[in-house]
Design a protein around this ligand. Structure first.
Ligand code: RB5
Length: 147
């Protein structure tokens, strides 16, 4: 399952990405915001999405705020979440094949819609490399999470 959520800083881009992904044939669950609300708070959406993704190892999540950074900070507090900020082809590919990111975070105020769509597609279409060095590095993060 593919989840998407945004605060007011990411709401317009979230709506564009959702339309794009549905057109591409993905089933997308929108966890809000349901409308542009300048008073909403990105951690509320980040935690809601991260909880869903953390319960299903096949799930992925897309979080959009103004910069992607606040969402990423919050999502990574949830055990089992590997959230990465993505803003071009390289970071999108790296998020998948090196980081095995199950959540990507984009900035609606810093990344244009075409770049964002391309980045999301690259992340979705790229598998984790399974290289020993990447598995080892991610294991170190998991160990810190377990302490
Ligand atoms: C909200 O104004 C803004 O701070 C938020 O969307 C985001 O950019 C945080 O990283």
């Amino acid at each position: 399952m593919l989840y998407i959520a945004a605060d007011h800083g990411g709401y317009p881009l979230k709506e564009e990405l959702k339309r794009f992904l549905i057109e591409e044939g993905y089933e997308v669950v929108d966890l809000g915001a349901e409308e542009l609300d300048l008073a909403d708070d990105y951690p509320d959406f980040a935690f809601k999405l991260a909880e869903q993704v953390s319960q299903d190892e096949d799930a992925g999540g897309i979080l959009v705020c103004g910069t992607g950074q606040g969402m990423c900070m919050a999502a990574n507090k949830v055990a089992g979440i590997r959230a990465a900020v993505v803003y071009n082809d390289f970071t999108a590919k790296d998020a998948a094949d090196h980081l095995n990111a199950n959540v990507i975070c984009l900035g609606g105020r810093v990344t244009d819609a075409e770049t964002a769509k391309k980045s999301v597609k690259i992340w979705l279409d790229t598998d984790f490399s399974e290289d020993e060095r990447h598995v080892r590095r991610l294991r170190k993060i998991e160990e810190a999470e377990e302490e």
